[in-house]
Ligand binder design. Structure first.
Ligand code: ZN
Length: 247
């Protein structure tokens, strides 16, 4: 599903807003680590609108502990511009996609257990859960095993993604995109939920899987992929994180 394009031209955020964005990159990373979708590796990034700069989580901080101060700034050629930490070895996952997709404002790189199975078996991920409707036009597999750590690999990953919402990295992970960090975060969760549901359905052996029809997909997108529903799910994980940090 192509990410909807915004009509208004991007405005470059003020420095205070960039600090706030770093806080959200860090928070989203900690929340994905809590969900087990990001582990010892994996990262979240945001494009700074109106610039060729990207904020991305660092290589060298445990994902559950990342703070705004740890987030680094790189340019679209993956050169680190700022930050006390080291940029990820796989910065190209992010910059490769940002170079190819001007509509994308956030990229999430995860290591999702269930979704990655589909990069091993080559069985396609199907929309089998209503929240999986956003992946109805397919989740391609980038057919290269190992780190995406060169410009050539970053460009190749972006080509595999095309105009879709997510791409699997063979035997490795996934990259999920959005027009906002919240959208990319929620989509990353939904990719893994849908994959888990599909694997359970297949493993149950109780019947043939019949994925959603195009009409089902259109209805589910209308009902469950709205700014309200994305914000509601984002808030659920915010509250979950806040509750956990109180204990
Ligand atoms: Zn990775």
């Amino acid at each position: 599903m192509p990410v909807p394009r915004t009509n208004s031209p991007p405005t470059t955020p003020a420095q205070a807003d960039v600090v706030e964005m770093k806080g959200r990159v860090a928070l989203a990373t900690r929340m994905l680590a809590r969900e087990g979708i990001v582990g010892s590796s994996g990262h979240v990034s945001m494009r700074i609108a109106g610039t060729n700069r990207v904020l991305v989580g660092p290589a060298d901080v445990t994902r559950n502990n990342i703070t705004a101060d740890d987030v680094v700034t790189v340019d679209l050629n993956s050169k680190q511009l700022e930050g006390k930490r080291r940029q990820p070895d796989e910065t190209e996952i992010h910059t490769g996609i940002y170079r190819a997709r001007p509509d994308v404002m956030s990229v999430v790189h995860t290591h999702p257990t269930y979704s990655v199975v589909f990069s091993i078996t080559k069985n396609p991920i199907l929309p089998v859960h209503m929240h999986g409707a956003i992946f109805a036009d397919g989740v391609p597999v980038f057919d290269s095993v190992g780190h995406v750590n060169t410009k050539e690999l970053g460009d190749g990953l972006a080509r595999a993604l095309g105009n879709r919402r997510a791409v699997l990295l063979k035997m490795h992970g996934a990259a999920i995109v959005g027009v906002s960090l919240e959208e990319a975060f929620v989509a990353a969760i939904q990719l893994e939920e849908n994959a888990q549901q599909q694997l359970l359905a297949e493993a149950s052996g109780t019947g043939k899987i019949e994925p959603m029809t195009p009409e089902d997909v259109a209805r589910c997108l209308k009902q469950s992929w709205t700014p309200f529903s994305i914000q509601k799910r984002w808030q659920y994980y915010l509250d979950k994180q806040a509750a956990a940090s109180k204990t």
